[in-house]
Design a protein around this ligand. Structure first.
Ligand SMILES: *Cc1c(COP(=O)(O)O)cnc(C)c1O
Length: 373
């Protein structure tokens, strides 16, 4: 028996935290509900899976598993530097981009300073900010009069930047809303920030976006030294299970991130697969094509069912169930379809649906229709 009050021992930031809730795994649903061939549209994974070249490279790397990974990620960082037209010293590799986001928070935040992000923004921002003991300033989302409803309201975010602000997080597009910012509005915002503020532009869904005037903000680095852009191999590249992401930043910022980076944070298999994925433009194009048609299929299905949704630039879409979505989520589970409830994002009536293969999207739409009657 123990009498230790562990909660008292934890630092204050951690005491107030809730653990990140991942999407329900397929195997768990199948176990709990006795369902076979369930469909998971819950974690914004690539429904095509990884490309065959990435898989072959991953397999090839297995022979080296007794060795530590290439600590600097030399080949991968070099390749990414070429892609973004920066020096390899501007690249920081992470165990997923969440790892990079966490390094950024640990370098720039702590008790007494502040970070700004939007209501409905990606759930990892509140976790990493609070864990450092910093204070979060959460800007209310746009309401439709000042940008797409649920999206980032940059004026409201600016209004929360003060002398203690060290970091601003922008997800472009944002998860779970799918909303995005144009080049003109985002660049003006980044340039308006005071010198003591670093701004993170999280481009996890960059490869999916077709919207006009959607920016590649990594191109602004020469003019915007306080910018940190994050990308990932988890989404369009289909390598979520291998955990590879990265930041592009000023080299001095990368140097700081490197001080808190865990040694060998990106494993050998992940580095090899990511490198191969970068060269496989045909898998990426196929991924984008499947996403475009799947998104159109979901949108027209929602319209047929009379459901409103938030227009999305990513590989997922938040649909308004028109009622508390928890029961709809449960109903879909019983039909073997896993989506993502987003009540924890202050969106209790929405469900986030990942764009799947045509048959998976159809299964979701048919199940949704059944559950909603
Ligand atoms: C999925 C996602 C990430 C990336 O996560 P990884 O750690 O790279 O798998 C980052 N930001 C947003 C907004 C996401 O939705």
């Amino acid at each position: 028996m123990t009498t230790t009050d562990y909660m008292e021992l934890a630092i204050p930031g951690v005491r107030g935290l809730q653990a990140y809730q991942p999407g329900k795994p397929l195997a768990e649903l199948e176990r709990e509900y006795g369902i076979r061939d369930a469909v998971k549209l819950a974690s914004n994974e690539n429904p095509l899976g990884p490309g065959e070249h990435a898989v072959a490279a991953a397999r090839g790397a297995l022979a080296d598993l007794s060795r530590y990974p290439e600590g600097s990620g030399y080949l991968l960082a070099g390749k990414l530097a070429g892609k973004h037209a920066v020096s390899p010293t501007a690249i920081t590799l992470g165990n997923g981009s969440n790892d990079v986001l966490d390094m950024i928070a640990r370098v720039f935040l702590g008790p007494g300073v502040e970070a700004v992000y939007s209501q409905h923004a990606f759930a990892v921002y509140p976790i990493i900010v609070q864990a450092t003991g910093a204070t979060a300033r959460v800007a209310p989302a746009a309401d439709g009069s000042n940008g797409p409803a649920y999206g980032h309201d940059l004026a409201a975010m600016s209004a929360r930047v003060g002398p203690q602000t060290r970091l601003v997080f922008i997800a472009n597009p944002n998860n779970p809303t799918g909303t995005w910012l144009t080049e003109a509005e985002l660049r003006a915002f980044v340039e308006s920030l005071p010198d003591q503020v670093m701004v993170v532009v999280d481009e996890a869904y960059f490869e999916y976006v077709d919207a006009a005037e959607y920016p590649d903000s990594s191109r602004w680095l020469a003019d915007c030294p306080n910018l940190i852009v994050t990308r990932t191999f988890s989404k369009a590249y289909g390598l979520a299970g291998l955990r590879v992401g990265y930041a592009v930043s000023h080299s001095e910022v990368a140097g700081l991130l490197n001080r808190v980076r865990h040694p060998f944070n990106v494993n050998t298999v992940g580095q090899a697969a990511a490198l191969a994925a970068l060269e496989d433009s045909s898998h990426l194009e196929e991924t984008r094509r499947v996403n475009r048609t799947g998104m159109a299929q979901l949108v027209s299905g929602f319209e047929r069912l009379g459901l409103s949704y938030i227009e999305s630039a990513g590989n997922f879409i938040a649909v308004d169930a028109g009622r508390p979505a928890a029961a709809v989520y449960e109903g879909l589970l019983r039909n073997g379809v896993i989506v993502r409830p987003v009540a924890n994002y202050e969106m209790p009536n929405h469900l986030r649906v990942t764009v799947g293969l045509p048959a998976e999207n159809e299964r979701l739409l048919v199940s949704l229709e059944k559950v909603l009657v």
